[in-house]
Design a protein around this ligand. Structure first.
Ligand code: BES
Ligand code: ZN
Ligand code: ZN
Length: 477
């Protein structure tokens, strides 16, 4: 359930309240003697999250250490919001006020963000879903310092992340490559960017061999979506292009994945596409003065009588030939065509986002995003900065040219797998072959989907990359 963010002049003393304060805040201004004593005792014991039951009103107090590094403190606040959200929902509350005491109102924003993002649920398929739905609907921020634009941005980003999570959590029995297009179209109407969709016929006419090869084993047609946001007040001439991997299910194809723990959640293999669709929604809704184009190639990857096969040589959209040695390395096949297609925009920068390799997931887990590329180091600096701010942290991998040697084929220009060494990097190097512009590759295989609840990222699809890239693009020019 999306929470509505509102700005209020003062707290309604009958309503639930969350207070963010520091150790030496004047609690006696807000609480009676007994309560103040309780709070100070708690602080003494270094317990910084408190809950007071004032009859049918709940009052939460979060005490922060303002000396702490700001990005870490912000993350603590996002996380702290999750437990109060749970208590509020458990008690069937609909409204809560949020106020800062003796500290900057800017601390309200990460807390609000945590509350909004943790209120997400995917209840669509429960018979009695209404009973399960969270009750919390309104968050009222008490501050005149806060800029209404900041609140709007927060709401828009939460909406974008809800949208992306829904897409990721949808199983392939519903979310085919064609349905993905319909869902994007639905959201596009509200956001107002331009949408162009290529169907199978058009994809064949364009000879997007990588996308068509992966689609050969599918009974459903592929799709290729182009999402354009080119406002008149754009600060950049050349656009930023975002490319998202849209494999709506990855069985591995003929190089079939073993089911247990490896194929089970591969409905999430379109998380990159979900991130791009979510980002384009947020960028257009927030009317960012930046030209951004999103490209989403999509299909499922399945074994079948006609499925592409190890040993096949595929002619890609740009004419490069690829020897397929593992049909499970399908993401790079569809992304390569989209990256070649991006050349015509003469982009300033291209960022692809993909659940590309198990190697990336094993390297850093769910704790961050693997990044690599040939774009100027200043871009990476900005990306890492956004990574810390949003706590979608960046782990930069090397991108040395020697890794490309591992992709040499005996009979074609490239093969689609490297070897045991540097699996995430050889995948990135494969993709780089199809670029002629500054390029960043993001592998979100670890962060895109969590099987157990992970704080405000929830359970299931996380929407990884959206807050990161929104902040990055917003501050790029
Ligand atoms: N979609 C997978 C990568 C993946 C693994 C995402 C785990 C999320 C969690 C990708 O298409 C894949 O199967 N990659 C192979 C590549 C290999 C065959 C070179 C992999 O990483 O094993
Ligand atoms: Zn695969
Ligand atoms: Zn995949």
């Amino acid at each position: 359930m999306q929470i509505k963010l509102l700005q209020e002049k003062k707290v309604d003393s009958n309503e639930n309240l969350i207070i963010i304060a520091k150790r030496d805040s004047k609690f006696s201004d807000f609480f009676n003697e007994k309560e103040t004593k309780y709070i100070l005792q708690k602080i003494e014991r270094e317990e910084y999250s408190m809950l007071l039951n004032q009859y049918d009103r709940l009052v939460f107090i979060e005490v922060v250490d303002v000396e702490e590094e700001i990005y870490k403190l912000n993350e603590k606040l996002r996380k702290a919001a999750v437990s109060s959200g749970k208590v509020l929902n458990k008690n069937k509350k609909a409204t809560v006020f949020l106020q800062a005491v003796d500290i900057s109102a800017s601390f309200l924003l990460p807390y609000a963000e945590g509350l909004l993002l943790s209120n997400y649920q995917f209840n669509k398929y429960f018979k009695e879903k209404e009973k399960k739905n969270n009750t919390l609907k309104k968050l009222k921020l008490v501050s005149e310092e806060l800029d209404i634009n900041q609140l709007n941005t927060l709401s828009v980003l939460a909406e974008a992340i809800y949208f992306a999570r829904n897409l990721i959590n949808e199983p392939v029995i519903y979310l085919t490559a064609e349905q993905l297009v319909k869902e994007i179209k639905e959201k596009q109407k509200e956001a107002g960017y331009k949408l162009t969709v290529f169907d199978k016929k058009k994809i064949e006419a364009l000879k997007m061999g990588g996308l068509l090869a992966v689609n050969k084993g599918s009974i459903d047609p592929p799709s290729f979506s182009i999402l354009e946001w080119q406002p008149e007040n754009a600060k950049n001439d050349k656009p930023v292009v975002l490319v998202g991997k849209g494999i709506v299910f990855d069985t591995g194809g003929l190089s079939l994945k073993p089911t247990a723990d490896s194929m089970d959640y591969m409905k999430s293999d379109m998380s990159g596409a979900a991130a791009v669709a979510g980002l384009m929604y947020a960028i257009a809704k927030a009317k960012l003065p930046v030209k951004v184009i999103g490209l989403i190639p999509s299909t499922d990857n399945r074994p079948d009588g006609n499925a592409y096969t190890p040993g096949d040589v595929i002619k890609m959209y740009d004419g490069t030939t690829v020897e397929v040695l593992n049909t499970d390395a399908e993401g790079r096949m569809i992304l390569a065509d989209a990256l070649s297609y991006a050349k015509q925009y003469n982009p300033d920068l291209v960022v692809d986002i993909a659940t590309l390799t198990g190697a990336a997931a094993y390297s850093i887990g769910k704790y961050g995003i693997v990044a690599m590329g040939n774009a100027d180091p200043s871009y990476f600096e900005k990306l890492k900065n956004s990574g810390n701010k949003t706590y979608e942290r960046i782990a930069e991998f090397p991108f040395w040219e020697e890794y490309k040697e591992l992709l040499k084929s005996d009979i074609a220009d490239l093969k689609n797998i490297g070897g045991r060494v540097g699996g995430a990097i050889t995948a990135g190097k494969f993709l780089e072959h199809f670029t002629d512009y500054p390029y960043i590759h993001l592998d979100i295989a670890g962060a895109a989907f969590v099987k157990t609840e992970d704080s405000y990222r929830g359970k299931g699809g996380t929407g990884a990359g959206i807050r990161l890239l929104f902040d990055f693009i917003k501050n790029l020019y």
